[in-house]
Write a protein that binds this ligand. Structure first.
Ligand code: ADP
Ligand code: ADP
Length: 224
């Protein structure tokens, strides 16, 4: 079965159409890239499939669970890092991840172990006591990824995960994404082709709210 199966997604803002007729699937072990220019509808699509924005039309199954009918149940299988996450700058990394773990439904007794594991998977072992405020942009992004995996979701959704980072930080986040894909299905968005080439198995190109193209990366390379 698919980790994500979305059919006929549409989203209007007033009379303006941001997304229309987008369908996608995510398979286990796969990194799917949504590629498209600014304003194409990537964030809107990812907000809908992460259960944070109601579609105007369409259907979304997460691990076979209907996201619109059973949002709480479906969201347990999802981790999401928005492009502009709310920053809890005055918290330490540990405080923020503990909070995120509780929000994701973990029991009090499960929190410490989950936070330690999320930190070790994102290279934050030594950063637990640091205030998020003083971390570099690259480390803040790791914290964002750590909160998205702290409840061990089947699917991790990352909106423009490397935007605003320097080349070294970009490489580190790319490596981290590949590492994540060993345990989670991943969907990420980007407006940079090289980003997709570095981390994704399959790409869906969207423009003006519609799917233009979808294929494996190998196939895409052969056609160029
Ligand atoms: P992308 O993530 O690919 O840059 P978005 O999903 O952010 O694209 O935006 C798609 C379209 O929807 C754009 O035209 C954008 O201006 C519009 N849009 C996004 N969010 C809103 C909103 N809250 N209200 C009105 N229009 C929006
Ligand atoms: P992205 O960087 O993904 O393209 P934007 O910069 O377009 O996102 O949007 C940043 C924020 O502003 C988002 O919360 C989006 O929903 C909102 N937004 C984008 N376009 C509009 C719009 N035309 N009217 C109102 N809000 C918008």
């Amino acid at each position: 079965t698919h980790l994500i199966e979305a059919r006929g997604l549409a989203r209007y803002y007033g009379s303006q159409c941001a997304v229309q007729g987008i369908s996608l699937e995510l398979h286990p072990g796969e990194v799917l890239g949504l590629l498209g220019p600014n304003g194409a509808g990537k964030s809107t699509t990812l907000s809908m499939i992460s259960g944070n924005l109601a579609p105007s039309a369409g259907r979304i199954l997460i691990n076979g669970i209907d996201l619109l009918d059973a949002p709480r149940q479906a969201k347990r299988h999802l981790g999401y890092l928005p492009e502009h996450p709310p920053l809890y700058r005055d918290l330490t990394v540990d405080e923020y991840l503990r909070y995120a773990a509780r929000l994701h439904g973990l029991a009090r007794s499960e929190v410490s172990e989950a936070v330690e594991l999320a930190k070790s998977r994102t290279g934050l072992e030594d950063a637990g006591h640091a205030l998020i405020n003083i971390l570099s942009k690259g480390f803040q992004q790791r914290v964002g990824i750590a909160q998205a995996i702290v409840h061990q979701p089947a699917v991790v959704i990352l909106d423009e995960p490397t935007v605003g980072l320097d080349p070294l930080q970009i490489r580190e986040i790319r490596d981290l994404i590949l590492e994540l894909s060993r345990e989670h299905g991943v969907i990420l968005s980007t407006h940079i082709l090289a980003e997709v080439q570095a981390t994704c198995h399959r790409v869906m190109i969207i423009n003006r709210g519609q799917t233009v193209y979808t294929d494996t990366l190998q196939h895409l390379a052969e056609q160029r």
